[in-house]
Design a protein around this ligand. Structure first.
Ligand SMILES: [Mn+2]
Length: 379
């Protein structure tokens, strides 16, 4: 049995610009997550035999000097401790770029860098007397030949592990268009026939596993956006010839959460604020929260009011206002008024009702909301 620490999609250097002035602090979280993962491997009690990095360690093929030094120093420590590291480049930090950081192996002391365009000869290493064979590939427009999932384990005694940054096609959402080849499409049914004891994947950012844990995506260590909400895990795979056990340790320091609220259920702004107050009781300083508001709002500028009151409470707060302005009581009352405000509402409502195009419709709705909010401030 070998104990493998399997990470992927760390995305060191991701801009995270949607976080505005919090972006730098969040980037630091990603760096810390990488450092913590390596420290985990270096802790003798964790008995890690091998570290696998299955692509997108960096956000770009040409990371900053700072990030490179950080990664290099950690790989040196693993090397000195005698823990092997196997790595494949990903899509963001692709090997295909002429300027790819992976072309300079000095940056990766002791690291087994797997970058052949097709899975061929494995690299053999020895872990506590057991032969471990490492297979890997990176997609190359000219040299990689599909299908990529029909490789086979070689007939040699030991543990056989493949490392690939690619998409399991059975997981591509039905509405998505045919995946472009750079996604490196793989069928898990065919991968299971490879005879590999473990296939360490990267590319999908949420944890997933197939075939009794033979094929695993660990997911990101810290959520990068709201499609990566909830807990993130450090994944350890105990791989033997007859089975794979997966340990998942909750690992993220901050958590992204997306919550939908039908504001119609709240009679007053006060009641809604009390509800959000309760959300904030639960570790708000480490929460990146997106509130999606639907229904009929008690106040026209509901998103602004929530932001003003709660922005400082959470690490990051985003309020998406999808409330139905046409059925708002305030708006309908103003629509019966004489004068500029009433005229403005009547005009926009007419436009909204008459427009067939949804994009146009929502633009008019937005204009009604913004315009009326301003006009109400003046009265
Ligand atoms: Mn990625």
């Amino acid at each position: 049995m070998v104990r493998v620490l399997h990470i992927a999609d760390v995305h060191l250097g991701a801009s995270l610009s949607f976080l505005g002035d919090k972006a730098r602090e969040r980037q630091k979280d990603l760096e810390d997550a990488f450092v913590r993962a390596i420290e985990f491997a270096l802790t003798p009690e964790h008995r890690i035999d091998l570290v696998i990095i299955a692509g997108d360690l960096f956000e770009s093929q040409n990371p900053s000097h700072h990030l490179l030094q950080l990664v290099k120093s950690k790989f040196s420590l693993l090397h000195e401790t005698g823990i092997p590291v196997a790595l494949v480049p990903g899509t963001h930090d692709s090997y295909a770029y002429a300027t790819s950081v992976y072309h300079n192996e000095e940056n990766f002391p002791g690291v087994i860098l797997l970058h052949s365009p097709n899975i061929g000869e494995p690299v053999e290493i020895n872990i506590r007397g057991v032969s471990v064979y490492l297979y890997g590939m990176v997609w190359d427009r000219y040299e990689s030949t599909p299908p990529f999932d029909i490789f086979k384990r070689q007939d040699k005694q030991g543990i056989h592990i493949a490392i690939i940054h690619g998409s399991i096609i059975e997981k591509i959402p039905q509405h998505a268009e045919t995946p472009p080849p750079e996604y490196l499409p793989l069928s898990y049914h065919r991968l299971l026939e490879s005879g590999m004891h473990y296939i360490a994947l990267g590319h999908y950012h949420n944890f997933d596993s197939f075939g009794n844990n033979r094929i695993v995506y660990p997911g990101t260590l810290e959520g990068l956006d709201f499609t990566e909400s909830g807990e993130r895990y450090l994944v350890i795979a105990e791989v033997s010839e007859d089975r794979v056990n997966i340990e998942r340790h909750k690992f993220n320091r901050r958590t992204l959460r997306e919550i939908s609220i039908d504001v119609t259920e709240f009679e007053t702004m006060d009641a809604l604020e009390k509800y959000i107050e309760r959300l904030a009781e639960n570790d708000a300083r480490n929460t990146l929260l997106r509130l999606r508001l639907t229904g009929i709002a008690p106040e026209l500028n509901i998103d602004e009011l929530i932001r003003e009151r709660f922005a400082d409470r959470f690490f990051y707060l985003d309020v998406v206002d999808k409330t139905d302005i046409l059925h708002s009581e305030t708006v309908n009352k103003i629509a019966t008024e004489p004068g500029v405000r009433g005229e403005f509402v009547r005009l926009l409502k007419e436009k909204i009702n008459a427009s067939a195009d949804t994009e146009q419709k929502s633009l008019y709705q937005w204009a009604l909301k913004i315009g009326l909010t301003e006009l109400m401030k003046k009265s």
